[in-house]
Design a protein around this ligand. Sequence first.
Ligand code: FAD
Length: 474
Amino acid sequence: MQADKRPSGPSRMRAADRTSYDVDCLIVGGGHCGLSVAAALKERGIDTIILEKNAAIGDQWRERYERLHLHHITDAMHLPGVRYPKHVPRYPSRLDLADYLAGYAQIHDLDVRRNHRVERLGVDEGGMWRAVVDDGAGERVFTACHVVIAAGSTGVTPFIPAIEGRDEWDGEVRHSVEYTNADGFDDERVLIVGSGNSAVEIACDLYDHGAKPAMLIRSPNSWITREAFAIYHRLLLIGGKILTYVPFAWLFAPLVLLILDRYLKHEVRQRYGDLRSKGVIPHATPPMRRMAETAARKPPVYIDGTWGDVGTSVFDLIREGEVVVYTSEIDRLVPASNTVVFQDGSRTDFDFVLLCTGFEPIAKHYATFIDRPVLAKLGRPGVFKIGDEIDGIPGLWLSLGGLSSTRFSQQVLAERIAAKIQDRPAPRRILSGATAFFFAGIDPGAFQIKKRAIVINAIATIALVGWLAAALIG
Ligand SMILES: Cc1cc2nc3c(=O)[nH]c(=O)nc-3n(C[C@H](O)[C@H](O)[C@H](O)COP(=O)(O)OP(=O)(O)OC[C@H]3O[C@@H](n4cnc5c(N)ncnc54)[C@H](O)[C@@H]3O)c2cc1C
């Protein structure tokens, strides 16, 4: 704990009557986002403490289902300065990721307080942030001028739709967070509700272990293979460099995206055949465009259940009739039976309904520990302001993001916080994330144009305009 250590800048004004606080910046949550922003703050000389509820860094991944493999390649998701060890496959497993995060904290010597669940977070009369923590031995209070909430971006509170008849049904209804592996599912008929990554991977897992999975996919979707997703990420990696150094490169970025989108739109069909008659309906809008349109709200791009060249593909199973796809929603479960009745009137017997229905907006989790007055000012769930200090709540920052965008976005966030604490100008956002995506295909939230790129492009543009003007006048 550090006493009598004050930051400069606006926070000092608000906290002028205080004689001590614990640290410049508290971070709630030591996941991908929390750790990376902490490391970036440390590099900038900001004292930071991470409050993490789990007993070990990475436990949120260790606790997920065993088959889970990330759909990002390691090159696209490692945090700044620390690559994945050589033995980790291109698509890391949940355990590879958990160990990587623990190693990252160790390499940066981050001050992570484990078993420190933040029970309440609010502002005291002096304008200081106050986190009440239960560390198992009782309540403790941490104070700071700035707080970053990095308590999860998704995947925290399961979304469980109400299903009529559930309580009296003879089968069992579970959410994917309760699925570890196929033990106990031998030969069982399992209806998997949903078509996201978990749904697809769990379907493959169940099939591989002798169960009889079926899927309920109610709407068209954008499916691509994990390999294709890797192409997109590689393009981004190269594209970032090209955009920085090559004048006018951004002019071609939309074209590259368009070509990629054309390819991705038909990629699964080319590989697995036309599955529309089997219930797999591709979305009319190509994947990348959908990604830009629904940016940060809901990832619309899903994979096929394989990782690399390994493992079963759900699309092969669907094509061969091993996995049947239902397209009508569940109407009810018939009490004292195993029957599921669908809205189109059809009915089938199952032993399990496995809800791969995703998660509640992260705001629901925030509400479990953030004081009401602060919560009320946060904004609507899904449209939180990320990367900037929240309007009307000085010293509060939100850290959210997917695994590939984190390494960029958290650098920007840390730079803004450090600038505030050190009373110096902060970098300004030039384009919104979504606009950036349209122009350059860069992940929303990950975007910061490098000064070098602006200078190169500005000089090139002036030269071009000058040359054109001279040609016209001449
Ligand atoms: C099954 C599944 C697969 C996924 N696969 C991918 C993928 O392939 N690629 C991808 O980009 N994204 C994937 N995601 C989304 C992924 O979860 C996020 O992209 C990523 O974890 C965001 O990192 P984070 O740091 O915001 O959240 P998290 O990794 O969830 O970290 C939040 C941390 O905050 C801690 N915490 C929460 N509340 C408190 C509290 N009150 N007090 C103290 N500590 C607290 C948690 O214990 C946790 O350690 C997947 C999600 C799920 C559920």
